[in-house]
Structure formats: C-alpha cells, structure tokens
Write a protein that binds this ligand. Structure first.
Ligand SMILES: NC(=O)c1ccc[n+]([C@@H]2O[C@H](COP(=O)([O-])OP(=O)(O)OC[C@H]3O[C@@H](n4cnc5c(N)ncnc54)[C@H](O)[C@@H]3O)[C@@H](O)[C@H]2O)c1
Length: 373
C-alpha cells in the first residue's frame, strides 16, 4: 500500500504516520508538509529517520504535488486548524481558504489522476454555531451539561443528509446526551475554518462520485496528546497544561468567565485502526461522513482541567474574562456511535492518560510554548 500523508509533520499527521508504520504491514509512506506550523519542523528528521519520504512542499502549489510519486490513498492532515483563522488579525480569510480549500482541490485532482482514495481529517467545527451557542445548559461539577427537558427543541437536521446515501444515521437524533450526531445542522455560521472544511467535504464527495474514487470524511472533535503545538485557539489541552506547568497567565474567557465550556478529546493514535479499516475496505457501503471523537467519557471543562492541573502540577491562579470569544460554544461533544457501527471503531485512550502524557511532555520540554508560538 502506497500512502501520501499531507501535513505529515503536524501533530495529527506525524502521530498517525508513526502508528500506520507500526500497525500496517507493507505500507510505504510519502509525506508533504510546508512546515508553516511552528514546531512542525521538529518532526521532519525523526520521520525521515523512520524511512518515510518526507518532502518539504506546499499543497497550494500544484507543482509540489505533481512531483510526488503515485499513491493508493491520500490522507489529508494539512490545514490551518484554528477556528480563529481568518479573523485573528494574523491570517487573512483568503490565506485560510487557500490552504484549507485550495489545497484540498489540488489533492482531489491528484486523486483523480492517480485513482487514489481520499481520507479527510475534518472537524466538529462544521456544525452550526447558533443552535450550539444557545443550547440550554446547566453547570454540574464545574462543567456545562445540556438540559434535555424538551428533546424536540433540538431537531436541527442537517441539510446534507440524503436518503439516497447508504446511511446508518437516519434514525439518530441530531443531539442527545451522548453528543452531536452527523445529523446536526451544518448551516452557517460555522466559522471560516469550519466552512473551509465543510466545502472540502462537499468537494471530496463530489470528486469521488464523479471520478470514481473512494472518499472517507472523518469529522474529528478536539485532538490532544503529547507533542501538540498548543496555542490558546488551537490545541487547548496542550496549551493549558504547558502554561500551567510554567505558571504562565491563564484566563477563562466568555460564558461568564467560569471556564465551564466543555470539549471532548481524542488521541490521534486512536484514529489509526479506523484508517487501516477504511483503506482496507474501500467499497464498504457505509456513510462516508462520520464523527470520530472521544465522546462524553473523554469530555471535560476548562475548570475541570484546571482542577486536574492543580492536583498534578501544583497551585496556580486562573483569571476570568467575561468578554465572549468569537465562535465559542458552551458544550461540544461528538457522538461517534455511527463510526462504531460502520467500522467497529471506538476511542481507546481516555482523558486521564492523555492529560498525563501531556504533563510529562511539559515537564520534559519546559520551552515548548516558545518553540510553537
Ligand atoms: N487538532 C485538532 O484538535 C483537530 C480537530 C479536528 C480536526 N483537525 C484536523 O486535523 C488536521 C491536522 O490537524 P493538526 O492538529 O495536526 O494541525 P497541525 O497544525 O499540527 O498540523 C497541520 C500541518 O499541516 C501543515 N500545513 C499547513 N498548510 C499546509 C500547506 N498548504 N501545505 C503543506 N502543509 C501544510 C502544517 O505545517 C502542519 O505541520 C487538520 O486538517 C485539522 O483541520 C484537527
């Protein structure tokens, strides 16, 4: 099996590449990364030392892709993954779209030429913000929890759920205590980042159907683990633990400044068995768009994360800022039941070992935040 991984020096790409080398006998990996993400350069030589052909190149540049060898599958892990991209004053909306959407189009052209399958690491950020921002929630154990007094208040069926698609999803509610399903609305506003991924999803499906190559869209929730290039707007678990270990200023922002917003998290190495299954059975008749996430058992609020940090790393103060943060939502947990039924997949690493490995990485790499910001 010949595999092309884009964004291979990034957090997810590098961990998945290592996992595939270990668990997929006979795989030969080529990777491409522009090293635009600070810290990604630290993965370049270690990945090459494993025998991976890693090219420094940009998926916005068609020539960089034309120079790559043919592959059976493309795994797209290259993106600007920040929900604030395009509105943070650091990157323009056009830049974001060039990387996240323009790059995807070039990869789809590559798949068309080489008849390669395409797997996109998409995001929970494709789900509509207004119904999530106005979700009725209560605070339980220092964390928001949705109030399900009237389930009919959350129908929010997605406009992209087609009855003609092979689907394991039709009978699922859009939202339950287990989280959002693939049925949840994807109507804008979903952020420029979310839109760049949603458009990529749509084009990937269209290219796959038109030019007859397999496409899988894995909508990931928050990814976390040691070695993530954590920033406040992306890689929050890593950013928080590294900052706590260094006693750097931390702030709960928005929603009253209590840090009650909840996210679930998944270790990228847990995605490896799913990818192996998906690449090994290209023709399986299951929905091509699936949530892939840690779920309610691996979900916590920033206030709870701070309690964990206090126990593990000692005392530290967290300030409060009640000003809202753009695109913030109180509770984002994905229900991955459908991917379980379709592929027998479930997350393996729960939250505590993920947090512990980040804490150990923070202790061993005290200058990590300077390196990655
Ligand atoms: N990290 C998360 O919490 C999360 C959650 C859901 C989905 N995702 C998706 O997973 C993928 C990987 O995210 P990550 O956390 O590893 O991010 P990352 O920033 O660590 O890695 C992305 C890599 O892509 C590279 N890259 C960016 N633009 C490029 C371009 N034009 N050409 C070549 N390389 C380019 C960067 O240099 C970086 O190494 C992204 O597509 C992201 O949207 C991430």
């Amino acid at each position: 099996m010949l595999l092309l991984i884009t964004g291979i020096c990034g957090f997810a790409g590098s961990i998945i590449a290592r996992g595939l080398l270990e668990h997929l006998p006979g795989v030969k990996i080529t990777g491409i990364d522009s090293l635009i993400r600070k810290g990604s350069e630290t993965n370049l030589e270690p990945l090459r030392a494993l025998g991976i052909d890693v090219r420094v190149g940009d998926i916005r540049n068609e020539q960089d892709l034309a120079d790559l060898p043919s592959a059976d599958w493309v795994l797209d892990c290259a993106a600007n993954p920040s929900v604030l991209a395009g509105v943070d004053g650091k990157t323009s909306a056009k830049d974001l779209l060039d990387h996240n959407l323009g790059g995807t189009i070039h990869l789809l052209e590559y798949c068309r030429r080489h008849k390669a399958g395409f797997i996109l690491l998409s995001t929970s950020r494709v789900y509509s913000i207004p119904p999530l921002a106005s979700l009725p929630v209560e605070v339980v154990n220092n964390a928001y929890r949705p109030v399900f007094s009237s389930p009919s208040a959350f129908p929010q069926l997605s406009t992209d759920t087609h009855s003609s698609r092979p689907s394991t999803l039709v009978s699922r509610p859009a939202l339950s205590p287990l989280g959002l399903t693939e049925q949840f609305s994807t109507l804008p506003p979903i952020s420029l980042y979310g839109s760049s991924k949603k458009c990529s999803e749509l084009l990937a499906l269209e290219y796959g159907m038109t030019f007859d190559f397999p496409v899988r869209i894995n909508r990931c929730g928050v990814l976390a683990g040691a070695g993530q290039f954590g920033k406040a707007d992306q890689g929050i678990f890593s950013f928080w633990i590294h900052s706590w270990a260094r006693r750097l200023p931390l702030k709960f922002i928005g929603f009253g400044g209590g840090g009650h917003q909840v996210r679930d998290c998944l270790h990228p190495r847990d995605i490896v068995p799913l990818l192996i299954a998906q690449m090994g059975d290209a023709g399986r008749k299951v929905d091509p768009i699936l949530n892939v996430s840690g779920g309610v058992e691996s979900a916590m609020s920033l206030a709870q994360l701070s309690e964990w940090c206090r126990e593990r790393l000692g005392p530290h103060q967290v300030a409060s800022d009640t000003n809202p943060r753009p695109f913030d939502i109180p509770w984002m947990v994905l229900d991955s039941s459908a991917v379980g039924e379709a592929w027998g997949w479930m997350p393996r690493t729960l939250m505590p070992p993920i947090l512990e490995e980040i804490a150990q990485h923070a202790e061993q790499n005290p200058d990590w935040l300077e390196l990655v910001s």
